[in-house]
Design a protein around this ligand. Structure first.
Ligand code: ADP
Ligand code: MG
Length: 678
């Protein structure tokens, strides 16, 4: 289908074997890849500034003509300086060129040029040093600027891009069905490609971009839907109305109305004859586990088993304890199954699960493994699912007789984004936190105040509270970071020598992690020095203070998650963010956390400040990497693409019609790339 475009870039005129090797470094193998190497930004020469008014010290675009060329000046051997007087009739500017004789020669008196560069000097004598020079007569008015690699210049890339565009115009390649193009008022792919690289003005660029963003999001939406439709066909196990009043009564607290509503949503979903597909979205500490337990209890009353998956062993162990605590008094048998158990123990538990001995099974990914068989799996709950990949989710969905699915997430992603990531899940939102919670007081300080921060922590410990110190990741192993062990040792022998200090990091064996977590929960430890393994979900209500070292290294959402380890009980809690890198950016970012305690707001800011590149870069959502769409900006297009995808799928669920074959190819391409990038 891609025809010419699937050819290696080497076959483009002007690209030989040597250059194509350089292109490899940019991830560009084929002509198609080159076309999808979009500009990072553009220099718009449609609106040059006047030399008189152009600001000093900033990049400017000027248009004018050469008045006079001064003779070459020799500063010393091997260093020549060339000066050229340039005017646009509002004022003059001196072009200063070091050594680049070819540039000097190129400039001709009386001819018009665009200059792009930084103005220096003062209001009377303006200079522009080594600007980019474009002859006005034959220059595209908007110049693309690409990400480069050493050995390829902007100009060469632009020339090669022109050739690539030429091969595109050689045949008609249009992956979108005509109907979709009409309905969503999209320009042709050919126009889009031409104008995303060489727009005539900002308007054509917008048109081009909106088409390409649409393509990408449509492809993504189609991929997600295709994946889902595979698990959608069979009906799940339908449940009857059963009272779970005794669950409510047995709980040690009154549920918030959000929690009750969420449980009721699940109960009504599970009585339908197709499987539930619901996302519980609630900020850290909003009490999602109690919702999960309620849903599991309802399944139990219907004679069905529930599987709960957690992303880490620590969390699995914690969920096991919570669920056992809530449910065993009601006669529900709960079991923990994790990868680190001995083979023998696992085998025994699995046998019992298959025999239906346990109504609730809590575990990590081990649960996904094909070898775990359930007697009658009715409900699958996944905690913090955004950390799982798409594939894992698909695997789990295949378990059992198409079970009901409940996903819990503390990442407050915007609804539209959730739609994309989770397909068309229904969503229950836990808006309020349980009663009596106070916002965590948050301070951002520099390393100079570290000792004082520790003193502050000591006050908490003195009052019988517990605390966390989150320190550089051991996984990271970067030279400048202090090793977590020696860091913990310093603390436990120094400032905190009167307290019991524990250590938790990702390189420990699961058993020792669990042991440490248990003793911290039991208050046998006062202070836990930890890497970010405590990030997700760990729940110790007596912990009221957390210090986060190198806070600048984390995204705001992640910091919010970490902060969520405290303030989970009735105690007033604090969070101290330490940075040794207090640049203006960092300070501004960290300040957001002092002001806001709303995970939703914080994640929006995070998206805005770091861009989706980072947000999605870590593959937290298991989504393929996007080239041009920006999930935080293109929300509206996302909705439209989602809609178009649904329409397409409803008439052609596996994209088998000939007019959809190019689209299918794109979907495969996008998801293939994702796999090979991992
Ligand atoms: P998250 O939503 O972050 O997973 P958890 O389910 O771990 O939150 O709950 C946080 C803490 O709040 C737990 O200690 C839990 O027992 C407690 N909790 C949950 N719901 C309520 C409630 N309605 N009232 C008081 N405490 C609650
Ligand atoms: Mg949780």
């Amino acid at each position: 289908m891609l025809g010419e475009l699937a050819k290696p870039v080497m076959y483009l005129s002007g690209v030989g074997p040597k250059k194509s090797e350089l292109y490899e470094k940019l991830g560009i193998h084929t002509v198609y890849d080159l076309l999808y190497h979009f500009p990072r930004y553009y220099i718009d020469m449609n609106d040059p500034q006047s030399i008189r008014d152009a600001p000093l010290g900033e990049q400017v675009v000027l248009k004018g003509r050469v008045v006079r060329k001064l003779p070459e000046g020799r500063i010393r051997r091997g260093l020549s300086v060339y000066k050229v007087i340039f005017t646009d009739d509002t004022a003059d500017v001196t072009i200063v060129i070091y050594n680049a004789a070819y540039l000097y020669k190129m400039l001709e008196v009386g001819h018009e040029y665009y200059l792009v560069g930084k103005l220096t000097g003062n209001m009377i004598r303006r200079e522009i040093n080594s600007p980019q020079v474009y002859p006005a007569a034959d220059t595209d008015p908007v110049q693309p600027v690409y990400r480069l690699t050493e050995g390829i210049t902007q100009n060469q890339l632009r020339i090669n891009m022109h050739s690539a565009l030429q091969s595109l115009s050689g045949f008609i390649y249009e992956p979108l069905p005509a109907e979709i193009m009409r309905e969503y008022e999209l320009c042709s792919l050919h126009y889009a490609m031409q104008n995303v690289h060489f727009p005539t003005d900002m308007h054509t660029l917008e048109l081009a971009k909106s088409r390409l963003v649409f393509d990408e999001l449509l492809t993504l939406a189609l991929g997600m839907l295709m994946m889902k439709s595979r698990s959608r066909e069979r009906a799940g196990c339908t449940m009857r109305a059963e009272s779970i009043e005794d669950y409510y009564e047995a709980l040690p607290f009154e549920l918030t109305s959000g929690q009750k509503n969420a449980i009721n949503d699940c109960i009504s979903d599970m009585q339908k004859n197709y499987p539930m597909n619901r996302l519980i979205q609630g900020d850290v500490g909003s009490g999602k586990t109690a919702v999960a337990a309620g849903a599991a209890y309802f399944a139990f009353k219907n004679g069905c088993q529930t599987a709960l998956m957690a992303p880490t062993e620590i969390l699995a162990a914690q969920h096991y304890e919570t669920l056992a605590g809530f449910l065993e008094p009601l006669g529900v048998k709960v079991v923990l199954l994790t990868g680190s158990m001995t083979a023998k123990k696992k085998e025994k538990i699995k046998e019992d699960i298959a025999a239906g001995e346990y109504a609730v099974v809590v575990g990590t990914h081990a649960l996904v493994q094909a070898s775990t068989v359930f007697k009658k799996l009715g409900l699958v709950i996944t905690d913090e699912q955004h950390r799982f990949g798409v594939e894992q989710r698909a695997l789990l969905a295949e378990k059992g007789d198409n079970p009901h699915k409940l996903v819990m997430s503390a990442t407050p992603i915007p609804r539209t984004l959730a739609l994309m990531i989770y397909g068309d899940l229904d969503i229950s939102v836990l808006k309020e936190l349980p009663k009596g919670r106070q916002p965590v007081e948050t301070y951002a300080v520099t390393g100079k105040l570290r000792e004082r921060a520790f003193g502050y922590v000591r006050q908490y410990l003195e009052e019988g509270r517990q605390g966390y110190i989150v320190c550089p990741m051991i996984e990271e192993n970067a030279g400048d970071l202090r090793d977590v062990k020696s860091y913990a040792k310093d603390l436990s022998e120094g400032v905190f020598k009167d307290y019991k200090v524990g250590l938790l990091h990702g390189r420990m064996s699961p058993e020792s992690k669990e042991k440490v977590m248990k003793s911290f929960k039991a208050h046998e430890l006062d202070l836990l020095v930890s890497t970010t393994v405590v990030e997700v979900g760990v729940d110790v209500p007596n912990a009221a203070v957390i210090v986060i070292e190198n806070a600048d290294r984390y995204g705001l959402s992640q910091l919010h998650q970490l902060r969520g380890r405290v303030g989970r009980g009735e105690h007033k809690s604090s969070c101290i963010l330490i940075t040794d890198n207090p640049t203006e950016d960092v300070v501004q970012r960290l300040k957001i956390l002092s002001k806001s305690h709303d995970g939703f707001e914080i994640s929006q800011e995070d998206l805005r400040l770091r861009g989706p590149g980072d947000f999605f870069g870590s593959r937290q959502h298991g989504l393929p990497k996007l080239k041009i769409a920006d999930m935080s900006q293109d929300m509206e297009v996302l909705m439209r693409a989602q809609e178009a995808a649904k329409k397409l799928m409803s008439s052609d669920p596996q994209l088998e019609a000939p007019e959809n074959s190019s689209l299918k190819e794109l979907v495969e391409h996008l998801f293939e790339q994702n796999v090979s990038n991992d």
